[in-house]
Design a protein around this ligand. Structure first.
Ligand code: AMP
Ligand code: MG
Length: 522
């Protein structure tokens, strides 16, 4: 039976960038998770995958027809230090399929055994961390943030040796591609210009096809990647997401979030928040993420420069350096604009002229400063601001030890909302002017609409760290997938209220968050 209609462009077009390799056989495949909505999106027959055949396939025991499994090679800056060779040490690209909307998607394994790039590692993955990729990835997707997604997780029946012995698993991951900044660094650092050019042209064909054949396409590719990254990081920041390991091998050209290892969502707002157990210096702390993204873009620029100029020609090189510098210098502006756009929506504001930028930025900054000073939960504060838009300020004030603390800021925000409504009304038809006599009813209507808009961009449910841990512990230690399934269900409806959502909306007790650490490489 042909399950995937593979069309493997990476294997075909990029010889020399991978090693053909087979997944390891495992003793006892068992399907723990199948992503039915994603299977549907990919045009797959979910029923056919949801049984022993699916388990054998997703555990790596049965390579599906048409797959050409391969381990990709890449390099990467890890915590600032360059590793000239990393590569898929426990992952394999099976191939690509075209989804229902015509998008090309990678189908890849993670945890499918050793490869030539495993270095000291065992090539394996454990149930907990792979289910974690499901929860965070699906949570991010539901929040509208570009991300790789989990199609399936299969238990292998094999023990995996970490600090403890853990049950093993294989994750099947779907991605727009697995092209990383580190992929480019691998070939650039070896001076392999031919392969680097093939790779860049492949990236263009896949992610920026309108640039194909354009003379300055490598500069334009950098520009496009920079813009995608700026938007992505702004989205992370606006939901309080901390990736945890923004190494250049974990930065995609597609602009999707990848590799949910030691990541976490912030609870009480603190720009210095860092959760990763290996990030001792706080390099990848929340507030550093836009700076790191720019730094990583500069590493990509260093590789593309080799295609933009003959590096022995001083004049050409100078010009190329100027061109990429312009892009790297534009990054903070792109990021700030994307952040503000997101913040405006979160604040319930619709009108936005350049004149408003400074004031709105200050309004958002002061709001965040208020949350930081009073150690208020980031997600709930935004969510309850929607209630405040309708005049119900009590739930928001209850998040502060001193209920009066937000008063001054709230007055400013209400004034800005009123100005926003006035702009909307003046832009509206004469009909809205005729409704003027019923001003208070009209105001109530506007307020309800604002609250509704705000609830559509300020989630109630995010993957709370304690809920994620609880679900993973039950699955990994007790073989109980109930908590995982209930949490996943809630994460798929992040904007919804309702009794079934409530248990997942509350922050962890502060002492839990204070000690929270996540681990990668597990
Ligand atoms: P990550 O931290 O997951 O982004 O991985 C960084 C690098 O370490 C990649 O090259 C991985 O393939 C490799 N790696 C991580 N865990 C393992 C493992 N258990 N066995 C082999 N390689 C691994
Ligand atoms: Mg990685």
């Amino acid at each position: 039976m042909r399950i995937f209609d593979f069309d493997n462009s990476y294997a075909r077009d990029l010889p020399g960038t991978y090693v053909a390799w087979k997944p390891a056989q495992v003793p006892q495949p068992r399907l723990l998770f199948l992503n039915r909505p994603l299977a549907e999106e990919l045009g797959l027959d979910a029923d056919a995958l949801d049984g022993p055949d699916g388990a054998a396939l997703f555990a790596g025991n049965r390579v599906p027809e048409g797959a050409e499994p391969l381990a990709q090679v890449y390099a990467g800056h890890q915590f600032g230090g360059f590793s000239p060779q990393l590569g898929d040490g426990r992952a394999l690209l099976l191939g690509e399929i075209i989804d229902r909307t015509g998008r090309r998607r990678d189908i890849a394994f993670k945890g499918s055994g050793r490869t030539p790039f495993s270095r000291g590692g065992d090539g394996k993955a454990a149930v907990g961390p792979m289910l974690r990729e499901v929860l965070i990835g699906e949570g991010m997707h539901a929040l509208g943030i570009p991300t790789t997604r989990a199609l399936a997780v299969a238990a292998t029946g094999e023990p995996v040796h970490r600090e403890q012995v853990l049950p093993g698993a294989v994750l099947t991951r779907v991605a727009a591609s697995h092209l990383r900044v580190g992929t480019f660094q691998f070939f650039a650092s070896r001076g392999d210009i031919d392969t680097l050019r093939q790779l860049a042209d492949y990236a263009i064909a896949r992610h920026d096809p309108e640039l194909a054949g354009v003379p300055d396409r490598y500069r334009a590719l950098l520009h496009a990647v920079g813009q995608r990254q700026a938007r992505l990081i702004a989205q992370w920041m606006n939901v309080g997401f901390i990736h945890g390991v923004m190494n250049t091998d974990n930065m995609t050209l597609s602009g999707e979030t990848i590799d949910y290892g030691p990541c976490a969502f912030m609870e009480a707002y603190d720009p210095r928040a860092v959760f990763s157990s290996i990030d001792h210096g706080g390099r990848y702390a929340y507030a550093n993420q836009p700076l790191v993204a720019r730094w990583n873009l500069a590493r990509l620029a260093e590789t593309l420069i080799m295609l933009m100029a003959d590096i022995d020609d001083e004049a050409q090189l100078k010009q190329a350096v100027e061109q990429v510098t312009e892009i790297i210098d534009a990054f903070p502006g792109w990021y700030a604009a994307a952040l503000l756009e997101g913040q405006r929506a979160k604040l319930g504001l619709q009108s936005a002229t350049a004149d408003d930028d400074k004031g709105d930025r200050e309004l958002a900054d002061d709001w965040l400063a208020l949350l930081q000073t009073h150690k208020v939960d980031f997600t709930l504060a935004w969510r309850r601001l929607a209630d405040a838009a309708q005049g119900n300020e009590a739930p928001l004030r209850a998040l502060f030890a001193d209920a009066q603390a937000p008063s001054v800021w709230l007055a400013r925000w209400h004034a800005r909302c009123a100005a926003d409504d006035a702009v909307a009304a003046s832009e509206g038809s004469a009909a809205s002017a005729q409704r003027a006599p019923a001003a208070s009813a009209q105001d109530g209507h506007e307020a309800a609409r604002r609250a509704q808009r705000m609830r559509a961009v300020n989630p109630l449910v995010i993957p709370r760290n304690h809920r994620v841990e609880e679900a993973l512990a039950a699955a990994s230690n007790d073989d109980d997938l109930g908590p995982f399934e209930r949490l996943l269900e809630a994460l798929r409806r992040p904007w919804d209220d309702g009794p079934s959502q409530t248990p997942f909306a509350e922050p962890a007790p502060a002492e839990v968050t204070a000690c929270y650490r996540t681990f990668c490489g597990t």
